[in-house]
Design a protein around this ligand. Structure first.
Ligand SMILES: [Zn+2]
Length: 298
């Protein structure tokens, strides 16, 4: 606000100093600029508010989850306290999308509903710099373990693919989540970078200004925060960030809360090797499942 007033003041001063004779023209220009500034401010405020709301909700969930796990007092609930090792059925449906495939879907498709910009239907993904394992194998491996863990916790789980020989476009993948009216659509990927020292996890969601799914922002941002926090907590890996972007067609086509989980860097020799160990994979699975639980209020 203060900054834009300053800019406006400078613009006014500049127009006066330039000695223009068309005063009404200048006034028009100023009021137009003022309007544009106000619109930009409103957009920025809205985005900031949505992000704050998402973070507040995440904190509420986390605060509520902790004391409950230590003290399973169900005095406010008619349901019996769950017996340790058993989990009550959870009514939600989770769709898991193991990123990429051994057979890459050909052609292009719109970046989002109604977009005139087209993007590859799918890409080959990356591969491990030290292990040589392709990303599509790791993503399916983790997704199958995650499906088992989520089923153990009582969720209904659907997969966009269960083998490495099916070509699937980003729109086809999103349709699986849309048709199931999934409570969360979780896309499993691993990262690659030219900088081999890059390590850690990030999650990716759309922005509040998305031209395709602006209403999905708060939920997708919260899902992304919950999974990133719990994944990094479980594995101890470097926490990168939640990346907000409208350039991911699979997110743009999703009508349900969605996140891409970049579990770690296959371009980092150490992280690549670690991600292939069953011990670390079990931590990844626990972390993502905990994040989904937190997002859904468990
Ligand atoms: Zn990928």
């Amino acid at each position: 606000m203060i900054k834009s007033k300053k800019i406006l003041f400078i613009l006014c001063a500049a127009l006066l100093l330039s000695g223009c004779s068309g005063h009404s023209k200048d006034a028009d220009k100023i009021s137009k600029l003022e309007e544009q500034l106000e619109e930009a401010e409103a957009r920025a405020e809205k985005a900031e508010k949505a992000e704050q709301e998402a973070l507040d909700r995440l904190k509420e969930y986390e605060d509520a989850a902790e004391p409950e796990s230590e003290n399973p007092d169900t005095s406010e609930s008619d349901e019996a306290a769950p017996v340790e090792g058993e989990t009550a059925a959870r009514p939600q449906t989770i769709v898991l999308d193991p990123g990429h495939s051994g057979v890459v879907a050909q052609g292009t498709e719109p970046l989002g509903p109604g977009s005139s910009e087209y993007k590859s239907a799918d890409t080959g993904g990356t591969s491990g710099v030290s292990t040589g394992v392709p990303e599509y194998e790791l993503t399916l491996n983790i997704s199958l373990q995650l499906r088992q863990e989520l089923q153990n916790r009582g969720y209904t789980v659907l997969m966009t693919r269960e083998t490495n020989d099916v070509p699937l476009s980003c729109v086809q993948r999103a349709e699986v989540a849309n048709n199931a009216n999934a409570d969360a659509y979780v896309r499993i990927h691993a990262n690659g970078s030219e900088n081999q020292s890059a390590t850690g996890a990030m999650t990716i969601c759309t922005t509040p200004q998305s031209p395709y799914v602006p209403d999905m922002y708060s939920a997708s941002r919260l899902l992304s925060d919950c999974i990133l926090n719990k994944l990094c907590e479980a594995t101890g890996c470097n926490k990168e960030r939640v990346w907000e972007t409208d350039t991911m067609s699979g997110n743009n086509w999703s009508k349900v809360p969605v996140t891409i989980v970049e579990m770690g860097y296959m371009s980092n020799p150490q992280e690549d090797a670690t991600m292939q160990t069953p011990e670390y994979q079990a931590l990844i699975v626990q972390g993502i499942a905990n994040g989904i639980d937190t997002y859904l209020g468990y």
